[in-house]
Design a protein around this ligand. Sequence first.
Ligand SMILES: Cc1cc2nc3c(=O)[nH]c(=O)nc-3n(C[C@H](O)[C@H](O)[C@H](O)COP(=O)(O)OP(=O)(O)OC[C@H]3O[C@@H](n4cnc5c(N)ncnc54)[C@H](O)[C@@H]3O)c2cc1C
Length: 389
Amino acid sequence: MVDFAETPEEQMIRSTAGEIADEFGPEYWREKEESGEVAWDFWDELGEAGFHGLLVPDEYGGADMGLQEMGIAMETLCAEGCGMAGTWYLVLTAGMAGVGIREHGTKEQKEEYLPQIAKGDIKFCIGITEPEAGTNTLNVATKAERDGDEYVLNGKKCWITFSDVADRIMLVTRTTPVDEVDRPTDGISLFLVDMESDGIDVSPIPKHGINYSNSCEVFFEDVRVPEEDMLGEEGDGWWTLVDTLNPERIAFSAAATGIGKLAAKSAVEYTNDREVFGGPIGQYQSLQFPITEAWSRMETAALMRQKAAWLFDNGEDCAYETNVAKSVAVDAGIDAVFHSMQAFGGWGYAVEYDVERWWREINLTRLAPVTQQMARNHIAQEIGFPKSY
Ligand SMILES: Cc1cc2nc3c(=O)[nH]c(=O)nc-3n(C[C@H](O)[C@H](O)[C@H](O)COP(=O)(O)OP(=O)(O)OC[C@H]3O[C@@H](n4cnc5c(N)ncnc54)[C@H](O)[C@@H]3O)c2cc1C
């Protein structure tokens, strides 16, 4: 039975997210973007609202909810004023590390990390991407070699968001090199590495937007990690990782429709006021229709995101639905911001109207966490095309 009615919990999450977004609106993010400061007061507010703990089981102090509720929280935060930050400050710790530990952590790891995640007392970054491997995650080369009851890490990651301020990194390594395994998915192992460990060096990469956080190169030189910091089974880390990648894509799907709706609402408001030829420019269908069309596609994408989240929350395979939701949400969101910026005319280029910042923010969603092409590769295979790579 399909039921589109929101539960009282979902309504509560939506209204709380709306209140937070009222407090941390576009002006706040304009200042953070300019100053390059991490928004710790926003982080703390998400903690007060219980959002860091949405996916944490209640026995560890969380709300024991699912990606369905997390998607609503993220999309609403983004759409009601926070832009990308509404997803950015929740996806890595609460979304990925929290889910990875919840699903694959040892009893000790759950007891150590989940209560801290729920309270917002610990920050994770996620170390997947490497300069040589790129999109081909199975080619990661960061090595983890056993030495007694420790592992020694050597390698290099890039673009690791929040790695300059995180307490721990959920790190993707190889305990067996790719050319020595039967299947390329074998030999990958994950660790929850203390970012204070000797031998870790972090260097921010200057970037196009989302400057209220740094994304960095991270170097590992003979970093020693106790064996109990491995997440999941040695050599089986690929499957642990996959369980965190679908939540990340669902989160970015919520970000794309959220930012797109924020820009569109802002354009509607502006074009109702702005008069050029004796009436509001918003009356011209050449301004209305491109935004309306993108809006309709965002609404459709949001439904697919909800289906993907429902499947994930019910322990079903959700990869196909997740990639459909992500690719459609991103295309629609980008079109919404593009046409909203056009509706502002020259003022769309001015920092004070924010739409230029949302344009820089939404551009990331076509490149990360999975590129639009790689999402389409997945869909292409699912509908029967031969694998192209
Ligand atoms: C701001 C920012 C924050 C990020 N944060 C993190 C983070 O916290 N943690 C992390 O691990 N990573 C992070 N990333 C990395 C991001 O996930 C990667 O940049 C992304 O996955 C693409 O990898 P790449 O840049 O190496 O592109 P490449 O793999 O070099 O790909 C380049 C282009 O080729 C295309 N391409 C490659 N192979 C195929 C194929 N088979 N078929 C069709 N097209 C193909 C790609 O789609 C892409 O358009 C972040 C990136 C950015 C920009």
